[in-house]
Design a protein around this ligand. Structure first.
Ligand SMILES: NCc1[nH]cc(CCC(=O)O)c1CC(=O)O
Length: 300
Protein backbone atom coordinates (compact mmCIF):
# COMPACT_ATOMS: atom_id res chain seq x y z
CA UNK A 1 0.00 0.00 0.00
CA UNK A 2 1.32 3.38 -0.95
CA UNK A 3 0.74 7.07 -0.62
CA UNK A 4 -0.02 8.98 -3.83
CA UNK A 5 -0.79 12.56 -4.79
CA UNK A 6 -3.02 13.32 -7.77
CA UNK A 7 -2.38 16.58 -9.64
CA UNK A 8 -5.68 17.99 -10.88
CA UNK A 9 -7.21 21.04 -12.47
CA UNK A 10 -9.80 22.71 -10.28
CA UNK A 11 -12.85 22.76 -12.51
CA UNK A 12 -15.75 20.79 -11.08
CA UNK A 13 -15.34 18.13 -13.78
CA UNK A 14 -11.58 17.77 -13.25
CA UNK A 15 -12.11 17.48 -9.49
CA UNK A 16 -14.84 14.87 -9.97
CA UNK A 17 -12.50 12.85 -12.16
CA UNK A 18 -9.57 13.12 -9.73
CA UNK A 19 -11.82 12.20 -6.78
CA UNK A 20 -13.14 9.22 -8.75
CA UNK A 21 -9.61 7.88 -9.18
CA UNK A 22 -8.80 8.77 -5.57
CA UNK A 23 -11.77 6.67 -4.37
CA UNK A 24 -10.80 3.71 -6.56
CA UNK A 25 -7.23 3.76 -5.27
CA UNK A 26 -8.38 4.16 -1.67
CA UNK A 27 -10.63 1.11 -2.09
CA UNK A 28 -7.44 -0.76 -2.87
CA UNK A 29 -5.84 0.42 0.36
CA UNK A 30 -3.74 3.33 -0.91
CA UNK A 31 -3.68 6.75 0.75
CA UNK A 32 -4.41 9.45 -1.82
CA UNK A 33 -4.17 13.25 -1.65
CA UNK A 34 -5.19 15.82 -4.29
CA UNK A 35 -3.08 18.74 -5.48
CA UNK A 36 -5.29 21.32 -7.22
CA UNK A 37 -3.84 23.67 -9.80
CA UNK A 38 -4.92 26.15 -12.47
CA UNK A 39 -3.68 25.62 -16.03
CA UNK A 40 -3.26 28.04 -18.92
CA UNK A 41 -6.23 26.43 -20.59
CA UNK A 42 -8.38 27.35 -17.58
CA UNK A 43 -7.17 30.95 -17.63
CA UNK A 44 -7.60 31.69 -21.32
CA UNK A 45 -11.33 31.87 -21.80
CA UNK A 46 -11.74 34.53 -24.42
CA UNK A 47 -10.11 32.85 -27.40
CA UNK A 48 -10.62 29.57 -29.16
CA UNK A 49 -8.17 27.03 -27.77
CA UNK A 50 -7.11 26.02 -31.24
CA UNK A 51 -5.77 29.54 -31.71
CA UNK A 52 -3.74 29.76 -28.51
CA UNK A 53 -1.83 26.50 -28.44
CA UNK A 54 -4.24 23.63 -28.25
CA UNK A 55 -4.79 20.68 -26.01
CA UNK A 56 -1.45 20.80 -24.23
CA UNK A 57 -2.60 23.89 -22.35
CA UNK A 58 -4.65 21.78 -19.97
CA UNK A 59 -1.91 19.32 -19.08
CA UNK A 60 1.41 21.20 -18.99
CA UNK A 61 1.21 22.51 -15.41
CA UNK A 62 0.17 19.07 -14.20
CA UNK A 63 3.20 17.55 -15.92
CA UNK A 64 5.49 20.04 -14.20
CA UNK A 65 4.06 18.90 -10.85
CA UNK A 66 4.77 15.27 -11.79
CA UNK A 67 8.28 16.17 -12.94
CA UNK A 68 9.06 18.01 -9.71
CA UNK A 69 7.73 15.14 -7.61
CA UNK A 70 4.92 17.24 -6.12
CA UNK A 71 2.46 14.71 -7.52
CA UNK A 72 2.54 11.09 -8.70
CA UNK A 73 -0.27 10.96 -11.22
CA UNK A 74 -2.56 13.23 -13.21
CA UNK A 75 -6.09 12.33 -14.31
CA UNK A 76 -7.14 13.73 -17.69
CA UNK A 77 -10.12 13.68 -19.98
CA UNK A 78 -8.33 11.78 -22.70
CA UNK A 79 -9.85 14.10 -25.27
CA UNK A 80 -7.66 16.91 -23.89
CA UNK A 81 -4.42 14.92 -23.92
CA UNK A 82 -2.04 15.54 -26.83
CA UNK A 83 -1.34 12.52 -29.06
CA UNK A 84 2.31 12.33 -28.08
CA UNK A 85 3.24 12.91 -24.46
CA UNK A 86 6.51 14.70 -23.72
CA UNK A 87 9.65 12.60 -23.22
CA UNK A 88 9.61 10.87 -19.85
CA UNK A 89 5.82 10.75 -19.46
CA UNK A 90 3.50 7.84 -20.08
CA UNK A 91 -0.18 7.03 -20.20
CA UNK A 92 -0.34 4.50 -17.36
CA UNK A 93 -3.92 3.52 -17.92
CA UNK A 94 -7.17 4.27 -19.70
CA UNK A 95 -10.29 3.69 -17.64
CA UNK A 96 -13.80 2.55 -18.46
CA UNK A 97 -15.57 4.96 -20.74
CA UNK A 98 -18.54 7.14 -19.85
CA UNK A 99 -20.96 7.96 -22.68
CA UNK A 100 -18.73 9.06 -25.60
CA UNK A 101 -21.49 10.97 -27.42
CA UNK A 102 -22.24 14.65 -27.81
CA UNK A 103 -25.39 16.12 -26.32
CA UNK A 104 -27.70 18.97 -27.32
CA UNK A 105 -28.65 21.23 -24.43
CA UNK A 106 -31.32 23.89 -24.71
CA UNK A 107 -33.94 25.60 -22.58
CA UNK A 108 -36.33 26.06 -25.47
CA UNK A 109 -35.93 23.22 -27.96
CA UNK A 110 -36.15 19.45 -27.53
CA UNK A 111 -33.74 18.61 -30.32
CA UNK A 112 -31.51 20.16 -32.95
CA UNK A 113 -34.13 19.55 -35.63
CA UNK A 114 -36.60 21.76 -33.73
CA UNK A 115 -34.37 24.85 -33.93
CA UNK A 116 -35.79 27.52 -36.23
CA UNK A 117 -33.87 28.71 -39.30
CA UNK A 118 -30.79 30.72 -38.35
CA UNK A 119 -30.94 29.83 -34.64
CA UNK A 120 -27.79 30.47 -32.56
CA UNK A 121 -25.85 27.42 -31.35
CA UNK A 122 -22.82 27.67 -29.09
CA UNK A 123 -19.62 25.67 -29.47
CA UNK A 124 -15.93 26.45 -29.90
CA UNK A 125 -15.00 22.97 -31.05
CA UNK A 126 -14.04 22.98 -34.75
CA UNK A 127 -15.20 19.39 -34.94
CA UNK A 128 -18.65 20.29 -33.67
CA UNK A 129 -18.77 23.30 -35.98
CA UNK A 130 -18.16 21.25 -39.15
CA UNK A 131 -20.50 18.45 -38.06
CA UNK A 132 -23.25 20.92 -37.11
CA UNK A 133 -22.83 22.65 -40.47
CA UNK A 134 -23.32 19.31 -42.21
CA UNK A 135 -26.55 18.72 -40.26
CA UNK A 136 -27.90 22.27 -40.32
CA UNK A 137 -26.12 24.68 -42.67
CA UNK A 138 -28.54 27.47 -41.72
CA UNK A 139 -27.53 27.69 -38.04
CA UNK A 140 -25.52 30.58 -36.67
CA UNK A 141 -22.67 29.03 -34.71
CA UNK A 142 -21.16 31.24 -32.01
CA UNK A 143 -18.06 30.63 -29.85
CA UNK A 144 -18.61 29.14 -26.39
CA UNK A 145 -15.76 28.54 -23.98
CA UNK A 146 -15.25 27.97 -20.29
CA UNK A 147 -15.85 25.04 -18.00
CA UNK A 148 -19.16 23.18 -18.01
CA UNK A 149 -20.87 25.42 -15.44
CA UNK A 150 -19.81 28.55 -17.33
CA UNK A 151 -21.12 27.19 -20.61
CA UNK A 152 -24.45 26.24 -19.07
CA UNK A 153 -24.70 29.68 -17.44
CA UNK A 154 -24.11 31.37 -20.81
CA UNK A 155 -26.92 29.25 -22.26
CA UNK A 156 -29.19 30.15 -19.34
CA UNK A 157 -28.34 33.85 -19.82
CA UNK A 158 -30.03 33.55 -23.19
CA UNK A 159 -26.95 34.01 -25.38
CA UNK A 160 -27.72 30.83 -27.36
CA UNK A 161 -30.75 28.85 -28.50
CA UNK A 162 -28.83 25.67 -27.81
CA UNK A 163 -25.31 24.41 -27.11
CA UNK A 164 -23.48 21.14 -27.73
CA UNK A 165 -21.50 19.48 -24.95
CA UNK A 166 -20.02 16.07 -24.23
CA UNK A 167 -22.64 13.87 -22.55
CA UNK A 168 -19.89 12.42 -20.33
CA UNK A 169 -19.13 15.65 -18.51
CA UNK A 170 -22.81 16.38 -17.88
CA UNK A 171 -23.44 12.87 -16.59
CA UNK A 172 -20.41 12.91 -14.30
CA UNK A 173 -21.57 16.15 -12.69
CA UNK A 174 -25.13 14.95 -12.18
CA UNK A 175 -26.37 17.28 -14.94
CA UNK A 176 -27.81 14.61 -17.25
CA UNK A 177 -31.19 16.26 -16.73
CA UNK A 178 -30.00 19.18 -18.88
CA UNK A 179 -29.57 16.92 -21.92
CA UNK A 180 -32.35 17.33 -24.49
CA UNK A 181 -30.94 15.06 -27.19
CA UNK A 182 -28.00 12.71 -27.37
CA UNK A 183 -26.51 12.60 -30.86
CA UNK A 184 -25.86 9.20 -32.32
CA UNK A 185 -22.28 8.90 -33.61
CA UNK A 186 -23.71 8.55 -37.13
CA UNK A 187 -24.93 12.18 -37.02
CA UNK A 188 -22.34 13.79 -34.73
CA UNK A 189 -19.17 11.75 -34.53
CA UNK A 190 -17.35 12.20 -31.19
CA UNK A 191 -13.77 13.40 -30.68
CA UNK A 192 -10.97 10.88 -30.23
CA UNK A 193 -10.95 9.80 -26.60
CA UNK A 194 -14.20 11.53 -25.68
CA UNK A 195 -15.71 10.18 -22.47
CA UNK A 196 -12.59 8.25 -21.45
CA UNK A 197 -10.26 9.09 -18.57
CA UNK A 198 -6.52 8.64 -18.93
CA UNK A 199 -3.98 8.64 -16.15
CA UNK A 200 -0.58 10.13 -16.82
CA UNK A 201 2.56 9.36 -14.85
CA UNK A 202 6.31 9.75 -15.16
CA UNK A 203 7.37 6.78 -17.29
CA UNK A 204 9.98 5.79 -14.71
CA UNK A 205 7.37 5.35 -11.96
CA UNK A 206 6.79 1.61 -12.22
CA UNK A 207 5.37 1.64 -8.69
CA UNK A 208 2.55 4.01 -9.72
CA UNK A 209 1.90 2.08 -12.95
CA UNK A 210 1.50 -1.09 -10.90
CA UNK A 211 -1.00 0.51 -8.52
CA UNK A 212 -3.02 1.86 -11.49
CA UNK A 213 -3.07 -1.37 -13.51
CA UNK A 214 -6.31 -2.65 -11.89
CA UNK A 215 -8.10 0.56 -12.92
CA UNK A 216 -7.52 0.00 -16.64
CA UNK A 217 -10.28 -1.02 -19.02
CA UNK A 218 -8.70 -2.90 -21.88
CA UNK A 219 -11.44 -2.57 -24.50
CA UNK A 220 -11.72 1.19 -23.88
CA UNK A 221 -7.96 1.45 -24.11
CA UNK A 222 -7.89 -0.33 -27.48
CA UNK A 223 -10.77 1.77 -28.83
CA UNK A 224 -9.22 5.10 -27.84
CA UNK A 225 -5.81 3.96 -29.08
CA UNK A 226 -7.34 3.46 -32.53
CA UNK A 227 -9.09 6.86 -32.34
CA UNK A 228 -5.94 8.62 -31.21
CA UNK A 229 -3.94 6.95 -33.98
CA UNK A 230 -6.24 8.63 -36.52
CA UNK A 231 -5.49 12.01 -34.93
CA UNK A 232 -1.77 11.35 -34.72
CA UNK A 233 -1.62 10.23 -38.33
CA UNK A 234 -3.53 13.33 -39.44
CA UNK A 235 -1.14 15.64 -37.62
CA UNK A 236 -2.64 15.52 -34.18
CA UNK A 237 -3.50 19.13 -33.49
CA UNK A 238 -6.82 20.25 -32.08
CA UNK A 239 -6.95 23.08 -34.59
CA UNK A 240 -8.09 20.33 -36.95
CA UNK A 241 -11.79 19.53 -37.26
CA UNK A 242 -11.37 15.80 -36.78
CA UNK A 243 -13.68 13.19 -35.28
CA UNK A 244 -12.84 9.56 -34.50
CA UNK A 245 -14.92 7.01 -32.69
CA UNK A 246 -14.37 3.28 -32.23
CA UNK A 247 -16.46 0.57 -30.60
CA UNK A 248 -16.21 -3.20 -30.40
CA UNK A 249 -18.66 -5.51 -32.10
CA UNK A 250 -17.47 -8.84 -30.82
CA UNK A 251 -13.75 -8.97 -31.42
CA UNK A 252 -14.01 -6.50 -34.30
CA UNK A 253 -13.15 -2.90 -33.56
CA UNK A 254 -15.31 -0.63 -35.72
CA UNK A 255 -13.62 2.70 -36.34
CA UNK A 256 -15.34 5.74 -37.89
CA UNK A 257 -13.65 9.04 -38.60
CA UNK A 258 -14.57 12.34 -40.20
CA UNK A 259 -12.58 15.36 -41.31
CA UNK A 260 -14.04 18.75 -42.14
CA UNK A 261 -12.34 21.41 -44.19
CA UNK A 262 -12.02 24.50 -41.97
CA UNK A 263 -11.66 26.73 -45.06
CA UNK A 264 -14.44 25.29 -47.14
CA UNK A 265 -17.75 25.02 -45.37
CA UNK A 266 -19.61 21.88 -46.34
CA UNK A 267 -16.59 19.75 -47.19
CA UNK A 268 -16.72 16.73 -44.91
CA UNK A 269 -14.78 13.53 -45.56
CA UNK A 270 -15.83 10.34 -43.80
CA UNK A 271 -13.95 7.05 -43.55
CA UNK A 272 -14.36 3.79 -41.70
CA UNK A 273 -12.79 0.40 -41.27
CA UNK A 274 -13.00 -2.56 -38.92
CA UNK A 275 -10.59 -5.25 -37.91
CA UNK A 276 -9.92 -7.80 -35.21
CA UNK A 277 -8.01 -5.83 -32.60
CA UNK A 278 -6.40 -7.49 -29.58
CA UNK A 279 -3.48 -5.21 -28.75
CA UNK A 280 -2.40 -1.57 -28.93
CA UNK A 281 -0.33 -2.15 -32.05
CA UNK A 282 -3.31 -3.55 -33.96
CA UNK A 283 -5.42 -0.66 -32.70
CA UNK A 284 -2.88 1.87 -33.99
CA UNK A 285 -2.71 0.07 -37.36
CA UNK A 286 -6.50 0.33 -37.71
CA UNK A 287 -6.32 4.04 -36.88
CA UNK A 288 -3.62 4.61 -39.48
CA UNK A 289 -5.62 2.72 -42.11
CA UNK A 290 -8.63 4.95 -41.49
CA UNK A 291 -6.46 8.08 -41.58
CA UNK A 292 -5.11 6.91 -44.96
CA UNK A 293 -8.70 6.58 -46.20
CA UNK A 294 -9.49 10.09 -44.98
CA UNK A 295 -6.51 11.41 -46.92
CA UNK A 296 -7.53 9.41 -49.99
CA UNK A 297 -10.92 11.12 -49.68
CA UNK A 298 -9.28 14.56 -49.71
CA UNK A 299 -8.50 15.25 -46.04
CA UNK A 300 -5.27 17.09 -45.34
N1 LIG B 1 -12.93 20.11 -24.22
C1 LIG B 1 -13.32 20.15 -22.83
C2 LIG B 1 -13.77 18.81 -22.36
N2 LIG B 1 -12.89 17.82 -22.12
C3 LIG B 1 -13.59 16.72 -21.73
C4 LIG B 1 -14.94 17.04 -21.71
C5 LIG B 1 -16.04 16.15 -21.37
C6 LIG B 1 -15.71 14.84 -20.74
C7 LIG B 1 -15.07 13.84 -21.65
O1 LIG B 1 -15.13 13.93 -22.89
O2 LIG B 1 -14.50 12.89 -21.09
C8 LIG B 1 -15.06 18.38 -22.08
C9 LIG B 1 -16.30 19.17 -22.17
C10 LIG B 1 -17.03 19.08 -23.47
O3 LIG B 1 -16.44 18.78 -24.52
O4 LIG B 1 -18.24 19.33 -23.48
Amino acid sequence: MSQFTIATRESRLALWQAEHVQALLEQRGHAVALLGMTTKGDQILDRSLSKVGGKGLFVKELEVALEEGRADLAVHSLKDVPMDLPEGFALACVMEREDPRDAFVSNKYRQLADLPQGAVVGTSSLRRVVLLRALRPDLKIEPLRGNLDTRLRKLDDGQYDGIVLAAAGLKRLGLAGRIRQVFEPTEMLPAAGQGALGIEIRAARGDVAEALAPLANQSTWLAVAAERAVSRSMGGSCSMPLAAHAHFEGEYLQLNAAWGDPDQAGVLVRARSADVVADLEQAAALGEAVAARLRAGGAR
